[in-house]
Ligand binder design. Structure first.
Ligand SMILES: [Zn+2]
Length: 211
């Protein structure tokens, strides 16, 4: 999918409201990203931004989060897609100041552990990107990150993968919250989490596609 299709998917899945959230894709030396202020559900085009210096290639004001996306692409060469949402359950965990503990096999499969949470980050600069890189360097399997008091960022080797992670992290946040209402949370042992992650990424689906 392209950036416009990704933004519409985020809206359709209920992960963003109004002009919240954004998606971007790396294509060579450029990233395409949702325009500033555009509704995810109705956006019609993407802005083109040079990764090296952040120059905008045509008359278009990119998303206010463009510096964070750009910092991620420049720091992590293998990623091609970045997604940002304010999906409600994940944002609730981020606002409460908690990482999402890994209590399900589904979260083990998709993320290989807890969904980490950043410190508070100023919006509009590279700080969000730098915080995500710090968390990713701690465990390079991580593809979803909570930004304290703000929302969620996901990264992927493709834009499709980043969108899939954004959908999945909201599902994990919701299920974990429900479990917490019942009797508290039982975090899976890391050895169980690692085994699930390995099975999912090496043996599940068609030819290792994890589909
Ligand atoms: Zn945001």
């Amino acid at each position: 999918m392209n950036v416009v299709e990704a933004c519409r998917t985020l809206a359709r899945e209920g992960l963003v409201k109004g002009s919240q959230g954004n998606a971007s894709e790396r294509i060579g030396a450029v990233m395409l990203i949702k325009p500033s202020g555009a509704s995810c559900a109705q956006t019609k085009f993407a802005c083109s931004v040079l990764l090296q210096d952040g120059d905008v290639r045509e008359k278009c004001t990119p998303s206010t989060d463009a510096p964070a996306h750009r910092a991620l692409y420049n720091a992590i060469p293998e990623i091609k897609g970045v997604v940002h949402t304010h999906s409600p359950y994940a944002t609730a965990w981020a606002s409460a100041g908690w990482a999402i503990p890994c209590v399900t096999t589904g979260q083990s499969d998709a993320f290989g552990g807890d969904i980490p949470i950043s410190g508070f980050c100023e919006i509009g600069g590279e700080e969000i990107g730098r915080e995500i890189v710090r968390m990713w360097e701690h465990d390079q399997r991580r593809t979803a990150f909570l930004i304290r008091g703000h929302g969620v960022f996901t990264i992927g080797r493709t834009l499709d993968a980043a969108v899939k992670s954004a959908v999945m992290v909201e599902h994990c946040a919701h299920v974990t919250w429900l479990a917490q209402q019942m009797r508290g949370l039982y975090r899976l042992a890391q050895v169980e989490i690692d085994a699930n992650y390995k099975r999912y990424h090496e043996n599940y689906g068609q030819h290792g596609t994890s589909e």
